[in-house]
Design a protein around this ligand. Sequence first.
Ligand code: AN7
Length: 351
Amino acid sequence: MPDARCLIDRYASYLPVTERTPRLTLGEGDTPLVRARSLERETGVSEIWLKVEGQNPTGSFKDRGMVVAVAKALEGGARVVLCASTGNTAASAAAYAARAGMSCTVVLPAGQVAAGKLAQAIAHGAHVVAVRGGFDAALAVVRALADEGEAALVNSVNPHRIEGQKTAAFELCETIGDAPDALFIPVGNAGNITAYWKGFVEAAKTGLARQRPRMYGYQAEGAAPLVRGVPVAHPETVATAIRIGNPASWKGAVAARDESGGAIDAVSDSEILDAYSFLARCEGVFAEPASAAAIAGLRKRARTGGLGGAKRVVCVLTGNGMKDPDRARSLAGDIPEVEATPDAVRAALRA
Ligand code: AN7
């Protein structure tokens, strides 16, 4: 029985795969596109859709690129995959390496990875090392290690990652019947915005879409090198997934912005957390803080009239809210603990 959910099979003609490439899969891709009515009411945009990438097997968009990168590494005879990560890449690499029977080493910025992501890397049996420093320092370390040894580097500097991630743009075109007018997406290491743009350009060439969207990328104010035009030495943000000061795909992000007539802007941590709560409470969709940066960006652009008449907008929700339980918990006060009686519970609800 063919595995319909195997991303490599579904998009083989668009991917750098051959018949010899292992059909590795955990059921990645084919994620839901959910209408965001509350956000439409607030912004006045006719149609807003959420591409819920948090429903991928390990809870983030990384699985699309990772399945291709790990399958190609396996095909090429590698035994070990290696990456630096703010968390989601590590979780995804660990899972696909386990699936492929390979070993996995992940290098993380110490103390800066959300609990769910770390738990995943550990559960899947990755060798986890935390370095003193941020993601950029961790990436420099794994690049040096990969240059010396036999481990396959599966960060988005590996072109197979970008190839796999572009499939999300194809899915959007297939589901909607065309590319949207505008795409909102969070930007960290800038691989994903690069991948989406590559996908939309190819979709327009092959007739999968008639138009190409304007690309709107959002960084956190304290970690906004692309907005400032220079690397940020000490990036800071509550959205730890995008706490990156020197994105590897800098050029790709700038090309996506300029060729599409879009923008890359910054949103503050408080705008990110507002959008995070709004999504969870008003749309019923729980995404992680980094994903909420795209929503914060859309709200900001709608307020200032910067949407250029876009009628159909897609926001990419890159990661699942359950990745970062501590953030959700920190937004609530103490949970009342009372006797197990209806009266006591009623009293607690009134308090
Ligand atoms: C939820 O896992 O960089 O701009 O090491 O986890 O392609 O980097 C994660 C990035 C957005 C930014 N949303 O994407 C990593 C890592 C979430 C993320 C991004 C990330 P890129």
